[in-house]
Ligand binder design. Structure first.
Ligand SMILES: Cc1cc2nc3c(=O)[nH]c(=O)nc-3n(C[C@H](O)[C@H](O)[C@H](O)COP(=O)(O)OP(=O)(O)OC[C@H]3O[C@@H](n4cnc5c(N)ncnc54)[C@H](O)[C@@H]3O)c2cc1C
Length: 493
């Protein structure tokens, strides 16, 4: 007989992984089922990475409550999980008198939500803070911060796994039954049994809910495209720069965000689309982003982006309804089935408060006892690029593989690639290495390092070429063995 888990979480995005970590503090058997081959296969890997302060969310909404709570705990959370965090602050820029009225509205909302440190600053102060930025006034939010959304999701999941949570990838949930007091969840020719289900499937959450008869939910996917500008322009600003939100207020509009890794992120656009998985980028989208960003930071180059990507917002209100709803988190009639619907921005910021809220809901139907041996610390991976010359020399003396540079753009060594390969979640894809070790993420986007990584996989780790995939089963890169440089040299000789 298959074991019965106490809780099955569907979806390993930042919310599902935060819930898994929170549940790992209790004596529970928890499993996370994810359709992708890694955590962070949905919105959680493609967003602005902003730790919002909470002045954009309607007063008394769950969004506002969880955002303000999330902002307060974020720095400590990132310290526990060894995730980058920078409290760089944000300026919302007014271009005219009408915009200034909007700044006052945002200030008022922020104060009602309990956001600390907000103030409206004049043109002179804006120029002093950000000399390249054009605007007549700004709302200054010193507690807005940036993080790495994918490193946070990975860290939540790794810490949950360290504390006993199981993760099952490539497991798309296709049906759910409830029999004899437990759920049978079908995925990829297999099934999992659990007493309670948490539906954290992001853009697919309404479809998961309908599998068990909750047909009242509806997700309206809304795509946001981004452009990433090379880090040699990062001197252009030190804080996040936002326009005042567009009139409909269902999104925050195109903004300019320094990233924790260095490059500047521009975007996102907002387009309601039919296909929930359509993360394509478009020429009109890219042009719109660059044009809007250059209105507030004219020195931004129009031609130096290193990549473009898109994420999909899981909205629970349609464009016609104004596109802006609150989070819906409910356990209908003590059904042991908790649905999280419409977890759009600020879902990254709010991930731990949402997880605590869900855990409280679980405690109303399952008996939770605290684990004495829960370890909240996820050790920091070694990153050569962040060390001084002296520290690097010392490290290389102890382990020469730190001296073999694989990725020249981001200064990643062979040892870091091997460490990333040995991750506790068992993810072995190229994309998994990319998000963990930062290979293939720099200016050349893998142009130089991909071949070296393949060589490590084939020769050091003895991975047959058929098992080398980009991200999902079947996403092969090769139809045969790749020749080695030495083989080529031998032939030439
Ligand atoms: C453009 C954009 C910008 C944003 N900017 C910010 C920001 O700056 N700050 C902030 O706080 N928030 C931001 N957000 C919001 C934030 O990214 C989301 O709220 C958050 O990532 C949602 O996490 P999630 O785990 O609910 O969803 P997801 O990350 O989408 O995870 C859902 C998971 O469920 C899996 N899944 C789906 N169907 C199935 C199935 N049938 N079986 C198994 N698994 C399944 C998916 O593969 C996916 O991994 C932004 C969002 C977008 C789109």
């Amino acid at each position: 007989m298959k074991e019965i888990f106490n809780v099955a979480v569907i979806g390993a995005g930042v919310v599902g992984c935060a819930i898994a970590r929170e549940l790992s503090k209790y004596n529970l058997k928890t499993i996370v089922l994810e359709r992708g081959s890694d955590v962070c296969s949905g919105a959680s890997k493609a967003n602005s990475g902003v730790v919002h302060a909470g002045f954009n969310n309607a007063v008394n909404s769950l969004k506002a409550r969880f955002c303000v709570q999330g902002n307060e705990i974020f720095e400590n959370l990132c310290r526990e999980l060894s995730v980058p965090y920078k409290r760089i602050g944000k300026l919302v820029i007014a271009q005219n008198d009408e915009d200034i009225k909007e700044l006052e509205n945002l200030l008022e909302t922020g104060l009602k939500n309990g956001v600390k440190g907000l103030s409206i600053v004049d043109r002179k102060t804006v120029k002093m803070m950000e000399p390249g930025v054009e605007g007549v006034a700004a709302l200054y939010s010193p507690n807005s911060a940036i993080t790495s959304p994918y490193l946070l999701t990975i860290a939540y999941a790794e810490n949950a796994a360290m504390n006993g949570v199981k993760f099952k990838f490539n497991s798309e949930v296709t049906g759910i039954d409830k029999r004899n007091g437990y759920f049978k969840i079908y995925h990829g020719g297999d099934y999992t049994r659990a007493e309670l289900v948490v539906n954290a499937a992001g853009c697919q959450a309404d479809r998961i809910a309908s599998m068990i008869g909750y047909t009242e939910y509806k997700i309206y996917p809304c795509r946001g495209e981004y452009v990433l500008v090379d880090k040699r322009w990062s001197h252009l600003l030190t804080r996040m720069i936002y326009h005042v939100p567009p009139k409909d207020k269902s999104v925050l509009g195109v903004h300019i965000t320094p990233t924790v890794e260095g490059p500047i992120l521009l975007g996102p656009t907002a387009d309601f689309i039919d296909d929930r998985d359509d993360t394509s980028t478009t020429m009109p989208g890219i042009n719109q982003i660059i044009e809007e960003a250059r209105k507030i930071l004219p020195e931004l180059p129009s031609h130096d982006s290193i990549t473009a990507f898109a994420g999909i917002r899981a909205k629970n209100k349609s464009k016609e309804e104004g596109g802006l709803g609150d989070y819906v988190i409910e356990n209908r009639k003590d059904s042991y089935f908790i649905n999280l619907i419409g977890i759009e921005s600020p879902g990254l910021t709010a991930s731990t408060p949402i997880a605590k809220h869900v855990t409280e809901m679980i405690s109303e139907v399952l008996k939770l006892s605290v684990r004495e041996d829960f370890n909240p610390i996820r050790p920091a991976p070694i990153r050569l690029a962040e060390l001084s010359h002296e520290q690097r020399a010392e490290l290389i003396r102890k382990e020469p593989l730190y001296g073999e540079i694989v990725c020249r753009c981001e200064h990643v060594s062979k040892k870091e690639v091997l460490d990333a390969y040995n991750n506790i979640l068992g993810v072995k894809t190229l994309s998994g290495l990319k998000y963990r070790a930062r290979v293939m993420m720099g200016r050349c986007q893998g142009g130089f390092c991909t071949a070296k990584i393949i060589s490590i996989l084939q020769n050091d780790l003895k991975t047959p070429y058929k098992e080398i995939t980009l991200k999902s089963p079947g996403s092969y890169l090769f139809t045969g063995r790749v020749r080695e440089e030495e083989e080529d040299d031998a032939k030439r000789d």
